[in-house]
Ligand binder design. Structure first.
Ligand SMILES: Nc1ncnc2c1ncn2[C@@H]1O[C@H](COP(=O)(O)OP(=O)(O)OP(=O)(O)O)[C@@H](O)[C@H]1O
Ligand SMILES: [Mg+2]
Length: 369
């Protein structure tokens, strides 16, 4: 699978551009603020129906406009596929797959699997459990639509249940029958989601240890564990046990929305005990494992977007990383780098690539090397 061409209208700092890509490596260069990350974000948008960086669609419209659109032409097993996405202020966005709309936009996820490696990935280690759950959820959701639909349904029920809790607190009464309806639905969903998360982590870890070992010279003991209060089976009264506390906090305190994944290096939490370089290796291993598990389960090579990964690396490490990428990633790759000189580090004859130079949201040149 690869993206042949993208057409942007009023997306972030792009007014109107058509960009053709190589089916292998696309090296995107340009000064800070020229629009390199925005271009990756447009590619991301076509896969995930949202921006990787800005969840408010209105902010993705080029200043003062009232709409943006992104169109992508792909080849999947040599068949042409088109994805059209349009967002107009105060209207629902539309996503068309080969000109047909989806019944629900979420059904698009997994059609064009993609992975982005970006500087804000450090959130996975440094930030709250939300980022780790989202990381693993996006992997499973791209592979299994049913999982995504279960998560969507779960989140809706939690939202409604929390409103009921709030009402109980405000009006100072409790109607167990009213809340029971939600609890029954949540028990099944909790077990389903917990089991999927736990099963996927086993497969994920097999790849992860292998990749981490291949990219780091030093030998560390690393570990990822899944932490959930939800067991393989759940006591039917579990929500009753939490009810008083739930009403007090106006929140549901039991369930998979509280899960976390713990990352360890030499038996200690990675957040506090790993150096920046070790954290970087850990994160790259997470992302590469994501790549492999999706390729394997869907039998398709996802699009790989690498944003600013060379930053702070010396020439030797950049050259090693490029070799690793070239040998290990079979599908299409998009790499951004503000320093166009860096391209000289790898002999471009070895890499079938396009060099795309951007200046202020416009294509300066797009050359095959
Ligand atoms: N909605 C928008 N309308 C107009 N311009 C926008 C919008 N959103 C972002 N931008 C502009 O896009 C530019 C940032 O682009 P981007 O993040 O893609 O740069 P970059 O080339 O990746 O830079 P760097 O090398 O620093 O990472 C900024 O100048 C920002 O003001
Ligand atoms: Mg950038």
């Amino acid at each position: 699978m690869y993206l042949e061409k993208i057409e942007l209208k009023n997306f972030k700092n792009y007014e109107s551009e058509i960009i053709n890509f190589s089916d292998k490596i696309n090296f995107i260069t340009g000064e800070n603020g020229s629009g390199k990350t925005n271009l990756l974000d447009a590619i991301y948008y076509l896969s995930f129906t949202k921006s990787a960086f800005n969840k408010v669609d209105e902010n993705n419209i080029k200043n003062n406009g009232d709409f943006f659109s992104i169109k992508g032409n792909y080849k999947i097993d040599n068949k042409p596929i088109s994805i059209d996405c349009k967002y107009k202020k105060n209207e629902k966005k539309t996503i068309l797959y080969n000109q047909s709309p989806y019944e629900k936009i979420s059904l698009h996820l997994g059609r064009i699997p993609a992975i982005i490696v970006a500087p804000n990935d450090s959130d996975l280690i440094r930030n709250s459990s939300y980022y780790r759950r989202r990381f693993f959820d996006l992997i499973i959701s791209q592979i299994e639509q049913d999982y995504l639909q279960a998560i969507i349904k779960y989140n809706k029920i939690i939202k409604s249940r929390n409103l009921v809790l709030e009402k109980f607190k405000k009006k100072k009464y409790v109607d167990k029958n009213e809340i029971q309806h939600y609890d029954d639905l949540l028990i099944q969903l909790n077990i389903y989601i917990r089991n999927k998360r736990s099963k996927y982590l086993i497969d994920f870890k097999k790849k992860f240890f292998e990749i981490y070992d291949s990219i780091t010279k030093e030998k560390h003991e690393i570990e990822i564990t899944y932490k959930s209060k939800v067991e393989e089976s759940i006591d039917e009264n579990i929500f009753n046990k939490f009810l008083d506390y739930d009403i007090l906090t106006k929140k549901t305190n039991f369930g998979i929305h509280k899960d976390d994944y713990l990352f360890y290096i030499n038996n200690k939490p990675i957040k506090n005990f790993a150096s920046q370089g070790q954290q970087k290796s850990f994160i790259i291993s997470l992302k590469m494992s994501e790549y492999y598990i999706i390729s394997e389960k869907l039998s398709i090579s996802p699009l790989m977007m690498l944003d600013d990964i060379f930053d702070k690396l010396d020439n030797k490490r950049i050259s090693d990383l490029m070799k690793f990428i070239k040998n290990k990633i079979k599908g299409q790759i998009f790499i951004t780098d503000a320093l166009n000189d860096r391209i000289k580090i790898f002999n471009s004859k070895d890499y079938n690539m396009n060099i795309i130079s951007i200046k202020n949201g416009e294509i300066n040149f797009n050359e095959k090397k």
